[in-house]
Design a protein around this ligand. Sequence first.
Ligand code: ADP
Length: 274
Amino acid sequence: MLAIPPSIALGRGHSAAGSLARRMPATGRVDRASAALLVERLTKVYADGTRALDELELRIPSGCFFGLLGPNGAGKTTLIGAVSGLVRAPAGRLFVFGHDAVAELEARLLVGVAPQEIHLDRFLTAHELLAYHGRYFGMPKPEADQRAAELLEVFDLTAKANTKPNRLSGGMRRRLLIARALVHRPRLLILDEPTAGVDLELRYELWSYLRRLHADEGLTILLTTHYIEEAEALCERVAFIKQGRIIDEGTPRELVARHGAQRLERAYTEAMRR
Ligand code: ADP
């Protein structure tokens, strides 16, 4: 049972982002804060000439559960990398809650990313792993320990606090990965194919955690997925990405109507075909 105590309200109370903001001059702030993510003409050409993002435009409203759907190679991972600062020197502009994601470190601190591949240090216990992440983000040790304990509780992992990741089930490891992304209290959680390759039961279980996080905390979530029914079940808005561009965006209902389809899957296929 997922219960999120008010004390761990994400983005409230003490946050690494908040304390950093107080130390930083408010440079480059523009009035784009109503969007959790605003992407303007974002272009990324890799060294080998591959144009992964091509003047991509996207707006994710604050508090939205947003799905990004597209085939392999469409540019989803590159976009996530650009938002989290892993992809170097993209052209165009990128704002996270109004903060320039390239120029302002504050933007990085507002984002938590759960990557697709499960990379969890196998020498650390679940608690140590989360607390270590908190320390990395500048939390004092007592706060990092408290935050780790809170998140273990949220993801029903308290009984596994002293267990190392290789002794956890696949579902527990995925939950721990999402918990890790939330340690520093980001306001935008990015999930890169969180249910890729997992069985149906586990997928439904993860969905219920994500729904709760979104509903109880008002957390903005950007989810990339290959499973159209996943976007249909979870997302308030969905964008289709193809060859580095957003080719359509809207609520599932709007997309279905726009493409004269019955289901989102058909709307997606129609949009990709054009
Ligand atoms: P997706 O996540 O939607 O599968 P990616 O962002 O991984 O898409 O890839 C978009 C395009 O960029 C693909 O053509 C991919 O081969 C290419 N690409 C990704 N990373 C690199 C890289 N480091 N160097 C060169 N090309 C890359």
